[in-house]
Design a protein around this ligand. Sequence first.
Ligand SMILES: Cc1ncc(COP(=O)(O)O)c(C=O)c1O
Length: 380
Amino acid sequence: MTSPFESRLQSELNRRQKTGLLRTLEVLDACSINMISNDYFQLRSHPEVIEGAREALERYGASSSASPLLSGYLPCHQQLIQQLMNWKQKPAGLLFNTGFMANQALLTHLPSPKDLILADRLIHHSIAQTLGKSDTRFKRYHHLDLDHLEELLHRNFNKYETVFVVTESVFSMDGDYPDLPRIAGLKQKYPFVWILDEAHGTGVFGPTGGGLAEEQEVLDTVDILVGTLGKALASMGAYVLTNSNVITDYLTNYSGELIYSTYLGPPQAGAAGAALKIIRKSQATARSIRDTAIRFREKLRSGGWETNTFDSQIVPVILGNPDDTLELRNKLLEHGILVGAVRPPTVPQNSSRLRFSFHSGVGETHLDEIMSILNSWQRR
Ligand SMILES: Cc1ncc(COP(=O)(O)O)c(C=O)c1O
C-alpha cells in the first residue's frame, strides 16, 4: 500500500507529467554531435587533460578521502587554485566541490540579516535556491535590466549594512549577458559587494579565456568571482576567487559546504589544471566557436525562429510550448544531434526552448544540417 508520503510525491509527479514537464534520467550517449554538453573546447578526452588527471591519480590516489580541513587539501588542489588566481588576477581563492555548492556557500554564509541581496531575475538555481531561506532580505531585478538594478540600489542602498549584487556573466539558459562596465559604474556610486558567476563566460570570453569580466575589463572591480571546473575546464569542481583573504578565511571557517564534505578528487584537480593551460592558448578557437554561434543565430532569425542577438556560445531557440520542444529535440536526436530541451521550472512559463551549446566540434556543415531539420519540422 502506498503511504501518504509517497502519494503526495506521486501526485506532484503526476501533475508534472500532465503538463509535459516531467523530468527523467536518460543515458544519451548514442549521438554523433553533443550540443548539450558544456565542454566548449572538447577537452574532456584531450590527451593532455587525461594525462593531467592520470598524473594526479597516480601521485595522490583516486580520492582526497577527507575534508580539506582535515587531510583532503592536497598539493594538486593548492597548485590548481594558484593557477586560477593567476589567470583571473585575484589574490585569494578557494576550491569547492561543485559550482552549486560554491554558490550555496557564498549566498548562505556571507550575507547577514542586516544585508540585502539584489539578484538578476533569471539567476541560476544554485543561487536562486538560497534566496529567502535565511533572514537576509532579497529583491530580484528584471533580467539584464540595469536601470531596474539602479533604481533598487537608489531606493535601498542606505537602508542596509551591506548590499550584494549577484549576476551570471553569460546566462546559462539564454546565452545573453549584462553590461558589466555599467555594473562596475554603479558600484562606484553604491559600493555594494559584487558576486559574478562566470560558469559560462570562462574559457570562451576574454583575451586569455579569463571570462566576460576579463573581456570587458572589470576583473579588478568584481569582489567575488565564482566559476565551475565542470564546463570549459572539462572536469568537475569549482572556485571562488576574491580580492580579500578575509572572505576566503571566513568561508574556510563557516562554510559547511567546504568543511563537512570530502574534497574534490585529485584526478579532477589534475584534469582542470591541464585544461586551463590549453584554454589560455585557445583564443582563436574561442573566437571561432562564437562566430559559428553568431552565424547560427542569423540563420535562425532569417528562418523565422525566435532567438536573441548576443554573440555567446549558448543559443536558445524559444518555442514556448514544452511538448513542441520535446518533439523537436527528439527529431534532432533521430539525426544524431543532441540538444537540450529546457522547460519550466528551469526557464519561465511559456519559454520552453531548445538550448544549443556550441563547441569546437561544431562547424558550418552542422549548421546547415540543423537548419534543414528545424525547417522541415516547422513545415510539417
Ligand atoms: C551559472 C551556473 N552557475 C553554477 C552552476 C553549477 O556548477 P556545477 O555544475 O559545477 O555545480 C552552473 C551549472 O549548470 C551554472 O550554469
